[in-house]
Design a binder for this molecule. Structure first.
Ligand code: ZN
Length: 939
């Protein structure tokens, strides 16, 4: 039979898929047998599928044809029940293969070829550094063989890999190794069997020259398990931390959720070309090297922490995702929100010794909330805003978002808050017991929690609006205090108008329902004493206590609290404690009230939050002032505007507060990010917002100028060389605090010709024995000017460590404009770096490190206009996004999203961004990934 190649698609409008249109598959697949003859130029895949009629599908009438999905496959042969079909017996399009069905139970054999070395999309089977890898989530398996490529098709897999033994000595797939064989012509084979039925997106294979480190552990039930981490030989000295993280994750999931590892063998493989962070393939997790490889010389404390959290995340998916998976991709948050929640709890427990150190736990919580606000809140304010369970999509890869992941995790955490840890655990046990081995929905998850907690006061039907509605609810609070009766009344209002893709779907109608918002509140006297009150509206029996958990369920609702002693003339509310819901809270705090909360709140999260509010108020005041000034006025340092002295005094006090853990001081003295600051702005003027934030930063540096050096010295006894280097939360906290002080100190002395601060930073750069300190020094030295010798030195020293060079590229991509560095110079530097010998134009990590950091994390450096009204940085954006789209649509779509907020910017920039998006839209052969982003942005 003649080989038939699929013809590539014409660029066209892509279809929209709808959640409500879900239908069970006509057929199920019981087992899959795959044979791979691996070759980078032409790999042959032979598949046998055992197919049967879905029991829930109609039993009467003719059997419908079987429609399989495929992409970029060359079909060599197709047979049914081992009888080869003629070309006239089936219908082949570029993405579908329609086969006649002989009976309710039958087999399908296909043989296809594909070209892994040509696969630059990094979906399906591809080659990276001469080794083979796969990535199948969400819809990559169809690039390997013709299949029912949807997550509710769960099958047993048997996989035979054949390859040249010298080039590909290691052959891995999911499950257990059941046989190996030597073949003629220097080839060999390995056969793997996965005992658990799984959806196709969890399939994986790896083949090539890799080395491994191994550990053996004993789990809960006493079973021995073999753990392996596979990397290139040169990276074997960077695997220890990932292995320790994996062991901690395995034990934690047993203790916290009673979940045991179900395979005898668990493997992690590192690959340097990978679109995302990592992938939870059953028993064979595949990781971006960035989330595996670490040692003190190449990795920062943040890298170490990220590795622990991603290793945990992928491991936890083994239950939340693999044993219980998603019915369809609209349910993505079922596994991702839940698994992010689990990895966040794991990281908090690890940092705080299982809660023994509450402040350390709070620091992790604050970091997670900071990430949520600076990514997810922004997403919720833009054209791609969607519910954690979207109702429609064009390209599912575009929905691996901060909303599905991070907001999804907050929704799970609210359930834990409402049910309490014991009730929540009972619900999780019910969920796993009831749905093990199934592909289910978010509704099934909530139902399991509800059924396990019949006595709970939670209205789960209302709670589920968190799944179906998009946007960040805005909660406005008014407080009324009657000193005579000691009664406080909180009047709460919640608002969440249609946003993003809801606006198209709801066609102007505004019927969104109020959310069930768990709101933790407490009250303080004006001196900062915690008050005990009785809450009369709480559903539970009235008790006198400091903190109350309110269920705020109506558009407008009031709560009353009694029992404030007569001597108090005013009280201060502490609202949304521990960030009890992913909302935006509005309360008209006075500066004095915030200062009191910052000093005395009994909830460390809200202590930090009070400080952030103080900063935000001040930055917004400076921003408003700046909007009335021309650019020249702004280039002079803080000319004509004073920074609030009371605020600076509080900051100086905080910096020197020895009772606070250094990690907490560090996050408290870090200003809200640019993205967080945009949340309340009507119009974003990047240059002026940057100016306002920098003005406050400089004022803080100056206000504490006499103390930075002492503060730095105070950390020395807690850090190397006095103690051995360890990337644990406590020591990392000391380092982070020390390096923040150094940053402020250098800033405080930026006017000096030769400054002791710079000298110390240079010393630290040269003497550093770990990457955290080295990179921090480099970053401090380049914050205002380029410091080119040191940058050159760094590149010379680390040119052979791609992950370290990523940091070097990012540092320059994020360099903010300053007196000696114009936006034009920043653009030219980025363009120049694209040509650097350590840059690899097709590697996602490099593209993210340089281009994504520049587009997304350098607002004042990227968003600007020349005096003649040109916007060369946006021209550069169009050129780069369309060039990358030609070889990797997923990566290009992530880049394309960096202009989706265009409508919120000041007029000339907004128009220029709109033009850039239109130019991109007109590119021929745009991928459906980028097309969806651009179309939604322009709608
Ligand atoms: Zn995940």
């Amino acid at each position: 039979m003649a080989a038939q190649a699929a013809v590539p698609a014409q660029a066209d409008r892509s279809p929209t898929y709808w959640r409500q249109a879900y239908q069970v598959s006509d057929y199920l697949i019981e087992s899959v047998s795959l044979r791979f003859e691996l070759d980078p130029v032409c790999t042959r895949v032979s598949a046998t599928l055992t197919v049967y009629r879905h029991p829930a599908a109609a039993q009467t009438g003719a059997l419908p044809p079987l429609v399989l999905q495929g992409e970029a496959l060359t079909l060599e042969r197709v047979a049914i029940n081992n009888v080869e079909l003629a070309a006239t017996d089936y219908t082949l399009t570029e993405t579908s293969l329609t086969l006649p069905v002989p009976a309710a139970h039958f087999t399908v054999q296909t043989t296809v070829t594909l070209a892994p070395a040509q696969n630059t999309s990094l979906m399906g089977l591809y080659v990276s550094n001469h080794n083979f890898f796969t990535q199948c989530e969400a819809e990559g398996f169809r690039r390997i063989t013709w299949f029912l490529d949807r997550p509710d098709i769960m099958a047993r897999y048997q996989v035979r890999l054949e390859a040249n033994q010298a080039d590909y000595p290691v052959l891995l797939a999911n499950g257990n190794l059941v046989a190996t064989a030597l073949l003629p012509n220097g080839r060999h084979a390995a056969e793997w069997q996965d005992p658990f039925p799984k959806p196709s997106y969890l399939f994986a294979l790896v083949a090539g020259q890799l080395s491994c480190v191994e550990s053996t552990i004993r789990t809960q039930s006493g079973a021995e398990k073999q753990l392996q981490i596979w990397v290139e030989a040169r990276d074997l000295d960077k695997t220890e931390h990932a292995m320790q993280s994996l062991i901690r994750a395995i034990h934690w999931d047993e203790q916290r959720f009673g979940r045991e590892l179900d395979l005898d063998r668990f493997m992690i493989v590192a690959v340097s070309d990978f679109n995302m962070g990592a992938m939870e393939n059953k028993g064979l997790n595949i990781f971006n090297t960035k989330y595996v490889l670490a040692n003190p010389a190449i990795a920062t404390d943040v890298d170490f922490a990220n590795i622990e959290s991603v290793v945990g995340h992928e491991y936890f998916h083994n239950w939340s995702g693999n044993r219980v998976t998603c019915r369809d991709w609209f349910q993505l948050s079922l596994k991702e929100g839940l698994t992010v929640f689990r990895d966040q709890e794991f990281s908090m427990d690890m940092a705080s010794d299982f809660g023994a150190q509450p402040l350390a736990r709070a620091v992790r919580r604050i970091e997670d909330v900071r990430a949520l606000r600076s990514t997810q809140f922004v997403e919720d304010a833009g054209p791609m805003a969607h519910p954690i369970r979207p109702d429609s999509y064009q390209e599912i890869s575009n929905f691996y978002t901060a909303t599905v992941y991070e907001k999804g995790a907050e929704v799970i955490r609210m359930l834990q808050t409402l049910l309490g840890p014991v009730g929540f655990r009972r619900g999780m046990d019910t969920y796993f017991a009831r749905h093990d081995g199934q592909a289910v929905t978010c509704d099934d998850f909530v139902q399991a929690l509800a059924d396990a907690n019949p006595e709970s006061q939670v209205d789960f039907t209302q709670f589920k609006h968190w799944y179906s509605q998009a946007g960040t609810p805005r909660v406005t609070v008014e407080q009324h205090f009657d000193a005579a009766t000691g009664t406080i009344r909180l009047d709460l209002t919640q608002r969440c108008p249609p946003v993003g893709i809801e606006r198209q779907q709801m066609a102007g109608s505004t019927d969104k329902q109020p959310y069930l918002i768990p709101l933790k509140v407490a009250f303080f006297s004006t001196e900062g004493q915690p008050l005990e009150t009785a809450c009369f509206q709480a559903a539970a029996a009235e008790v006198i206590q400091h903190e109350h958990l309110l269920q705020f369920t109506q558009a407008k609702q009031s709560f009353e609290f009694k029992g404030v002693p007569a001597k108090h003339l005013a009280v201060i509310p502490s609202l949304g404690r521990d960030f009890s819901a992913p909302i935006s809270l509005q309360y008209p705090y006075s500066q004095q009230a915030l200062i009191t909360l910052l000093a005395h709140d009994t909830d460390p999260f809200n202590r930090w939050e009070a400080g952030q509010q103080l900063f935000q108020q001040e930055i917004l005041r400076l921003y408003t002032w700046a909007q009335e000034q021309d650019e020249a006025a702004l280039s002079r340092h803080a000319a004509g505007v004073e920074v609030n002295a009371a605020l600076l005094a509080v900051v100086a006090q905080l910096a020197q507060d020895q009772t606070l853990a250094p990690a907490f001081r560090e996050i408290s003295l870090t200003l809200p990010s640019f993205n967080v600051l945009t949340e309340t702005l009507v119009v974003i003027d990047p240059a002026r917002l940057h100016w306002a934030r920098e003005t406050l930063r400089a004022a803080i540096a100056g206000a504490v100028a006499a103390h930075w050096e002492t503060l730095i010295q105070q950390t020395s006894p807690h850090l190397p060389p006095v103690v051995a280097y360890a990337p644990n939360a406590e020591q990392a906290g000391y380092r982070a605090w020390r390096n923040l002080c150094l940053q402020y100190w250098v800033l405080a002395e930026s006017e000096l010709v030769s400054s002791p601060a710079r000298v110390l930073a240079e010393q630290q750069y040269w003497a550093a024995t770990n990457m955290t300190d080295r990179l921090a020094a480099l970053s401090v030295l380049t914050q205002e000017s380029t410091a080119s010798e040191i940058l050159t030195d760094f590149a010379a020293q680390w040119q052979h460590e791609p992950l370290v060079m990523d940091k070097w590229f990012s540092l320059q991509a994020m360099a903010a404009p300053s007196a000696t560095r114009s936006p034009v110079a920043i653009l030219q530097a980025v363009e120049h770096l694209l040509q650097h010998s350590a840059y690899s134009p097709r590697n996602p990590n490099k593209i993210y490190a340089l281009l994504l950091r520049y587009f997304a994390n350098n607002p004042a450096g990227f968003h600007w206009q020349s005096v003649t009204g040109e916007t060369p940085s946006y021209d550069f954006w169009v050129a780069q996004v369309s060039a990358i789209d030609a070889f990797n649509p997923q990566v290009a779509a992530r880049l394309a999203r960096t202009l989706e907020q265009w409508q919120r910017y000041v007029a000339p920039l907004a128009h220029a961004m709109q033009r850039a998006l239109q130019q991109l839209q007109q590119q021929p052969a745009l991928s459906k990934d980028v097309r969806e982003v651009v179309e939604k942005a322009l709608q």
